[in-house]
Design a binder for this molecule. Structure first.
Ligand code: SF4
Length: 220
């Protein structure tokens, strides 16, 4: 499988989940290379490039070396490598908790829908700079919703983003709004307006714990 390369090394590391419903939980992170979108504010542009090719057995050994019961597969867009993910997960313990971060444009395969414990789906709104037809795929979001294990995380800039989110007709209790911020200073400035949006629309405020803790440092 193709793993994003950071400082010449495949990006597999141990940290705390920084976003979503399991924020703060320790996990091993595996960042896959390649993305089908090109968000203007993407904080992992290096993941768009071809990374390191590693056999799934090698990746599984590296993941297991951390002796942690949780794995977060992120990207890039991990589902572009669905077959490799299936092979990797078949090599890991069935009780390992697996989360996948996805942009919600590629539906999960049946095997992944069954095995993955939590889908962190982050559809991209127009301020990402992507064509709406490429970035917002209601039928794909429906497929994630049907797994019963999906959260929908939206990066927002302000109230003007709400109509596009509302139009997707997702369950309110599964929606998380996150400030558009790559640094601690940007996050502190953006958080109050997003908190007000969450109160107005009865949805959850998402923290970016890795930014709070480590600012814009990568691979942590
Ligand atoms: S979908 Fe994610 S990885 Fe891909 S360009 Fe957007 S922010 Fe970056």
């Amino acid at each position: 499988m193709n793993i994003a390369r950071l400082k010449s090394e495949p990006e597999i590391f141990y940290s705390l989940q920084g976003e979503g419903a399991r924020v703060g939980c320790p996990a091993v992170f595996l960042r896959l290379a390649g993305c089908n979108l090109h968000c203007s504010w993407c904080d992992t542009r290096y993941s768009w490039l071809t990374g390191c090719e590693l056999a799934e057995a090698d990746v599984a050994a590296r993941v297991l070396s951390y002796a942690c019961g949780s794995l977060v597969i992120t990207g890039g867009e991990p589902l572009l490598q669905a077959a490799s993910m299936e092979r990797l997960l078949s090599l890991l313990p069935a009780e390992m908790h697996v989360e996948v971060e996805t942009n919600g444009t590629v539906p999960p395969t049946p095997a992944l829908a069954a095995r993955v414990n939590q889908w962190n789906v982050s559809p991209k709104l127009t301020h990402s700079g992507n064509e709406a037809a490429a970035a917002l795929c209601p039928a794909v979001l429906e497929a994630f919703l049907a797994t019963g294990k999906a959260w929908f995380k939206f990066v927002v800039r302000g109230e003007e983003d709400w109509p596009a989110i509302q139009a997707l007709q997702l369950p309110q209790q599964n929606i998380i709004l996150m400030p558009c911020a790559a640094t601690r200073a940007e996050l502190d400035a953006a958080r109050p307006a997003v908190a007000a949006m969450c109160l107005r629309h009865h949805v959850r405020l998402g923290e970016r714990l890795h930014v709070v803790l480590w600012d814009d440092e990568k691979g942590v």
